[in-house]
Design a protein around this ligand. Sequence first.
Ligand SMILES: [Zn+2]
Length: 567
Amino acid sequence: MKRVVFAILLCLPATAADADLILQNGRIVTVDAAFRVAEAIAVKGGRITAIGSSAEILKGERGLRTKVVDLGGKTVLPGLIDAHVHALEAGLSEFRGSLPVLDSIVAIQNYVRVAARSRPKGGWIVVPRTLPPRLKEMRFPTKQDLDVTTDHPVAFDGSYVWAANSLALKMSGITRDTPNPAGGEIVKGPDGEPNGILRNASQLLKGVARAETFSEEDKVAALAEMLKLYASAGLTTVGDRAVTPAEVAVFEKLKSRQQLPVRVVMTWRINAARPVEEVVSEIRASSWTTNQGDDWLRFGTFKVTLDGGQSVGTAYQRMPYGSFGRQLYGQTDPEARGTLFIDAQKLYRIMKAARDKGWQLTAHVQGGGAIDALLDAFERLDREKPIAPSRSHVMHGSFMSEEALDRMQRMGVLVDVQPGWLYFDVPALKRVFGLENMRYFFPLRSYMDRGIIVAGGSDHMIGHEKNGAVNAFNPFFNMWASITRRTREGEVVYPQERITRQEALKMWTIWAAYLQFGEKTRGSIEPGKFADLVVIDRDYFNCAEDEIRRIEPVATIVNGRVVSGRL
Ligand SMILES: [Zn+2]
């Protein structure tokens, strides 16, 4: 028997071409410069070794140990990249139990009623974080809404803005005479009494458990679970957009156990709400910088949070929130424009310190005023030394303007966008600002026409289900949203900003890789690159447009290994 095997080995061509895996008879969308579609691909040692026709690849790359898979005409894409997630936070959000879908005030009330049944009288009920613009009623809940139980204090966690029921207000001693805390507001109803909405004032609630506590091992397990869910959605790399030193340790632990199912590029978010000297000295003392690490886990970007969020009415805008802001966010001042957390000089000093350490720079900016402030800082740095080589970028940049687009183009600034918000948030936001003031809300076509590199991201932070999560991290849904610009009410938002399927795919592959300095090894299917691939159940380019969001991965391959699904 031994002799027979030996004889066969002698008859085979050079073992150098002995692929680990051949996928043949498929539609392999390479996303290379020519955007070729090939039939077959060979993989060895975690890398792509050859691409071509099925006949060529089988002839040239097949060896004795090669696993050959007939794709039966299925489509293969480069492994998808979500440039913007919050993996650990999302992993922990359903680590101990699944979260309900809270898409209306009625659903919130049901949640409270059910919770009240199993909780002793007087025990707090905290409604998990939900974004008011996504509630069917498009308004912020008040104490009346939460008074479905009178035996339990209830709090609704809207992050920056909270709401409390009557008992919670009473137990916390909050009355019409309670002074507003610094920078916060106890919102009053027409009768002059607190209506339950606490803007940046949730610290007044006494005895509410703010966050569950988790051990280090819980965190490692939750992160591992979340990363597996990313892989099953077709993602092979994610950009985690806000890590702290403690979170970096969790990622490193997972990596040291060789349990990273996908590649991770980390963004260090520094707490800039401190004296500038303190922030700058932390940057200087840190040993981290862009591209430090390896192909599984590395540092990407340095980040600060420059303004609030459009989901809580604190994004720093060029225009006021107006009267609908009161209903949606409990915003009592119709002239309010949101909050800019860092002034110009401080931002410049922080960014300069990070730039001098070799960091790629970004800031969370949603409102137009915040975008302009970040571009001011970038321009100042750019005058000292061109900023383009650092691939620094605008994060979110929801409310763009033509002028901001021009400035980005001129400096070579990139952008990390969340087109899923077109679907989820435009219905409420257009009632706040007017659709006419949202001409440049995620202006994808304008970016592309200017040659601005656009990376696609979900900003996933809560929930494990890829379509129901906040934010939905199903990359095919997000590509569909980029292509159609359709809202959940069915409206197409500025159709002139639509992009092609090819461009949307690039946002979740090669352009996201480019933003992460990873375009030489990831983001397309080319010989020498990592074998990061996703086999899908329908033809991305030829299926009906509305089918795109329903595409399901059949198998996700990272570094040549099937990490989700099967071949
Ligand atoms: Zn984010």
